[in-house]
Design a protein around this ligand. Structure first.
Ligand code: HEC
Length: 319
């Protein structure tokens, strides 16, 4: 499970221009665009507004599109969490000259109301629409976007976390992994939309903190967990994980982090309680191996200790 997801990371193909070089795989690219190519079907936003796919969402716009479904127990919540970080990093450009669209592949379940609650959970800002519509229309859209193999919500394993970045006017489209590092995605998006010369780096290397040795647990936690969790900085999309390693039994924790969906499905009372509290988003099954879970838990424990120690020091110095 893990290996295929990881190998997708960093998968970025400049579809339109590289089609000729790359052979048959991105054949869809060459055809992306042109009169009548994108269906002008109606979709409904999370606010209940009806919009037309081509006229209102694509025409002359720079767009970032992914397919989601809100009850997904796989990678979709992580995609949305990372995209929400990307939106924050892009600032007010989203909604001004860059537009985000998350289209539900399970429109029967994902009504505008469900999508609105989901978007709120991820603190989605204006400029990012969550869309639902008729199943056949969404199938057609995903086919034309070259994402049709990803449209079956009943077989989530077929759902690649792909993020499509494109400009309808020029017919240029690029596919990225939607679960990549948000800073990398921001750089990619800005390079793609602003041209490869004009972007200023987001941050000067001179301002960056010195690199330290990042252990495996820290690396995994920062890549897969911080989009939704903090340790000691309060709830985000999911609960603050401060001291969770002492609060919960170790075996339970390892099982839960590895496969929260299965623990919940088995009727585990803690998982059910958490699920009831954090309603519209689920802790995703990230396909972590036992070895990876064994690296993450000690990191969480060590971070909790560091946070508690510095809080104690703080309260001593103010006494
Ligand atoms: C997309 C958001 C998201 C991501 C990514 C995510 N989680 Fe969660 N996590 C949640 C939510 C939401 C809950 C609350 C339970 C629920 O609703 O399913 C949760 C619950 C938990 C809990 C249970 C807390 C408790 O009180 O027992 C632990 C532990 C946890 N997550 C660890 C992790 C770790 C470790 C990672 C990274 C490998 C991770 N999570 C990635 C959203 C996320």
């Amino acid at each position: 499970m893990r290996a295929p997801l990881r190998s997708r990371i960093g998968f970025a193909v400049l579809l339109a221009t590289a089609a000729a070089m790359l052979g048959p795989a991105p054949a869809i690219a060459a055809a992306l665009g042109g009169p009548g190519y994108f269906p002008n079907v109606p979709l409904t936003t999370q606010d209940g507004r009806v919009v037309h796919f081509y006229d209102d969402l694509l025409k002359d716009k720079a767009v970032v599109i992914n397919l989601i479904y809100t009850h997904c127990s796989g990678s979709c919540p992580l995609e949305t969490a990372k995209l929400s970080q990307v939106q924050r990093l892009l600032g007010d450009r989203v909604g001004k000259d860059i537009f985000f669209y998350s289209i539900s592949i399970d429109p029967a379940h994902d009504t505008p109301k469900v999508l609105k609650a989901y978007a709120a959970k991820f603190q989605v800002q204006p400029g990012w629409l969550f869309l639902t519509g008729k199943k056949e229309d969404i199938k057609l859209i995903s086919k034309q976007l070259g994402l049709s193999s990803l449209t079956d919500a009943s077989s989530p394993d077929g759902h690649l976390p792909a993020l499509l970045i494109g400009k309808e006017a020029t017919g240029e489209w690029m596919r990225n992994s939607a679960v990549d590092n948000p800073r990398f995605l921001v750089t990619t998006i800005l390079h793609f939309f602003d041209g490869y010369q004009s972007t200023k780096p987001l941050q000067s290397y001179a301002d960056m903190a010195p690199l330290h040795n990042v252990g495996k647990g820290e690396y995994l936690f920062k890549t897969d967990c911080t989009a939704c969790h903090t340790i000691g900085k309060g709830d985000r999309v999911g609960p603050d994980l401060l001291n969770v390693t002492s609060l919960r039994d170790r075996t339970w924790l390892a099982r839960y982090v590895a496969a929260p969906d299965r623990v919940l499905a088995a009727g585990d009372p803690i998982a059910r309680k958490l699920f009831a509290r954090y309603k519209s988003v689920r802790m995703p099954n990230l396909g972590l191996s036992t070895e990876e879970v064994d690296a993450i838990l000690p990191y969480m424990e060590q971070q909790s200790r560091a946070v508690t120690n510095s809080a104690q020091k703080g309260s001593l110095s103010t006494q």
